[in-house]
Write a protein that binds this ligand. Structure first.
Ligand code: GCB
Length: 588
């Protein structure tokens, strides 16, 4: 290998290894910075030059002022800007956000400003000082602000840019709305001089069942972290090494988490006067031949794909009640599983899935058109994946990490995604790796899965649109599937569009009857797939997409929802619900 290649590899490894994210931010002492922020829309990017981040005030009337946060429009945080102001509906570019807040700063404490997510680029300034930049629209980030934070009045400015670029992830083309803004919560976290930074508490299936706990502490290292799991009578001491890290494995026999009985245990990490509480489920997942095993039992994943969009109307969802509505619908359909497409959803969604007993396919936005030839983009993919992995590693519900959706079979793609899969497995050997493929070819027998990515993943995901993008619905029923890969297959997408309340013939596009036919005949086809172990039809609910302009039918909505954009059930909903009810009985 050439010297500079070695250097790039070394730097990439370092870059994502150093991702700094506090585990379970909601369980820490914090001040919320959510609410109304002042916002200046800056389509020509003049804000850097004019130093918007200094939040200038006009001292005397003769002073020329060309921007002013105080009189600017307000935007809610968390929230996307597109659905808060008609003028911003299609906007892609820069918006500067500003908020004043006061803090009673205490000496000897650590202060972090923490963002759940900002789409896509964020540069953060505190009291006029630049404190850092983050790239990636769906993962958390934080900065230590001990130096810039002052006792009393503070001013925070965030420059947000959601313009699409070729070397971004996702890149230029997506089939979902590019909601810009500070889309998840912002908080100022106050921590002790020394504090528990990260931890994982997981079940290990062996001859004797065990729990393995790892912790890391920041600040001056002293002594041990105590782990309590009261319901299991666990009291363990994790003695810290000089780097502030400790791990321990001990025998424990918890009730295992399943979708039917999603048992969560309260865990407590006690250290330096602070107790960090969490609720954690214990389970294990593996693949054997064509089967997916949960706690040693074969399962069939009865799922549905979900975008992180509000249950009623447009806009990025983020609140617990919105997430609960979406997941309740999944349960009502008979699901034990959800595909959270096409990017990491917010942390509450995963915690709710844990609580409600829904297995999860979690995904990164390695979607159409990624620059697979670029090492820089590969590094970004690893960074975004690692941020999700660090955030969600304690969630029992997640069983599948999806590394990509619908990517073309090229040498560069295969190198990129194999390298990403390796990173994911190194960081988390406890879950399965998957990807949604659509590189099946149609032969005289039907569909053949021939994509080398199938040999990289543990579970093969297939997106298949028979009866919608090709063929009439009824032609799908008799298609057979062939593949040389001996692995479980899940249909990660299938479906067709229908405008709720529009009726007609089963071959007439956008009628509810056509959508019913697409479901009916595809389900007949899938019955012939010996390796089928689950599915997540596309999709729970109609969702906004700039690629869907057809007036009076789409109006910028992708109509493939089983529910309309405001949550009304279409006829195909019942087909899927009945099929799942039957499957829940018959799959043993
Ligand atoms: C797909 C994509 C999904 C689209 C869907 C469609 O294969 O993965 O993001 O929304 O097709 O509706 O065409």
């Amino acid at each position: 290998m050439k010297y500079w290649l070695v250097l790039i590899a070394f730097l990439s490894a370092r870059a994502f290894a150093s991702i700094d994210l506090i585990q379970n931010p909601d369980a820490r002492d914090s001040i919320s910075l959510n609410g109304q922020w002042n916002a200046i829309v800056d389509p020509y990017d003049v804000g850097d030059k004019r130093k918007f981040y200094e939040n200038a005030k006009q001292e005397t009337p003769d002073q020329l002022l060309e921007y002013n946060f105080a009189s600017a429009q307000k935007l809610k945080v968390p929230g996307d800007w597109n659905t808060q102001d008609d003028k911003l509906f299609f906007y892609e570019g820069t918006v500067w956000y500003h908020k004043d807040f006061t803090v009673n700063k205490k000496s000897g404490k650590n202060y972090l400003v923490h963002f759940g997510a900002v789409n896509y680029l964020a540069t953060v300034y505190l009291n006029g000082h630049e404190i850092g930049t983050h790239e990636g629209g769906f993962t958390p980030f934080q900065f230590n602000v001990n130096e810039q934070l002052v006792d009393g009045a503070n001013s925070i400015v965030v420059k947000v840019n959601n313009r699409r670029e070729p070397d971004f992830i996702p890149t230029m083309s997506t089939d979902w709305w590019n909601y810009g803004g500070i889309t998840r919560s912002v908080k100022l976290i106050e921590l002790n001089d020394s504090y528990v930074d990260d931890y994982s508490i997981q079940y290990v299936n062996g001859k004797v069942p065990q729990i393995k706990a790892k912790v890391s502490v920041k600040g001056k290292v002293a002594g041990a972290v105590e782990l309590h799991i009261p319901e299991l009578n666990v009291r363990q001491s994790l003695k810290l090494n000089s780097k502030g890290e400790a791990q321990i494995s001990f025998n424990a026999n918890p009730r295992l988490w399943t979708p039917e009985a999603p048992k969560l245990y309260q865990t407590e990490l006690v250290y330096a006067g602070e107790t960090v509480k969490d609720k954690i489920g214990f389970r294990y997942v593996e693949v054997k031949g064509d089967d997916i095993l949960l706690n040693g039992q074969r399962i069939f994943l009865r799922g549905i794909s979900i975008h992180e969009e509000k249950p009623s109307g447009a806009g990025r969802a983020w609140s617990e009640s919105e997430d609960r509505t979406l997941l309740n619908w999944a349960k009502e359909l008979g699901s034990n599983y959800v595909r959270l497409a096409h990017y990491p959803h917010n942390e509450k969604m995963l915690r709710l899935a844990d609580e409600m007993g829904l297995l999860v396919w979690a995904e990164n936005p390695n979607y159409w058109g990624i620059q697979f030839e670029s090492d820089v983009v590969l590094e970004k993919a690893k960074q975004q994946f690692t941020e999700m992995l660090v955030r969600d590693k304690n969630r029992a519900s997640i069983i599948l990490w999806s590394i990509a959706n619908e990517t073309l079979n090229t040498k560069d793609r295969n190198h990129f995604l194999s390298s990403l899969a390796k990173t994911v497995r190194e960081q988390d050997p406890t879950r399965l790796v998957t990807a949604a493929l659509n590189t099946q070819t149609t032969t005289e027998y039907g569909h053949k899965i021939e994509d080398p990515l199938a040999s990289v993943v543990d579970v093969i995901g297939i997106n298949s649109y028979c009866g919608w993008y090709y063929d009439a619905p009824k032609d799908c029923a008799n298609y057979k599937w062939v593949t040389e890969y001996k692995k479980p297959i899940v249909i990660s997408e299938f479906g067709g569009g229908a405008l709720h309340g529009w009726h007609g013939d089963e071959n007439e596009k956008y009628t509810e009857e056509n959508q019913v036919a697409v479901y009916k005949y595809n389900l007949e086809m899938f019955e012939n797939m010996a390796q089928l172990r689950g599915m997540s039809p596309w999709i729970l609910k109609d969702f906004l997409s700039p690629r869907r302009p057809l007036a009076n039918v789409q109006d910028y909505w992708n109509r493939k929802g089983l529910l309309s954009e405001s949550g009304e059930k279409k006829k195909a909903w019942y087909i899927m619900r009945d099929w799942y009810a039957e499957k829940a009985e018959s799959f043993k």
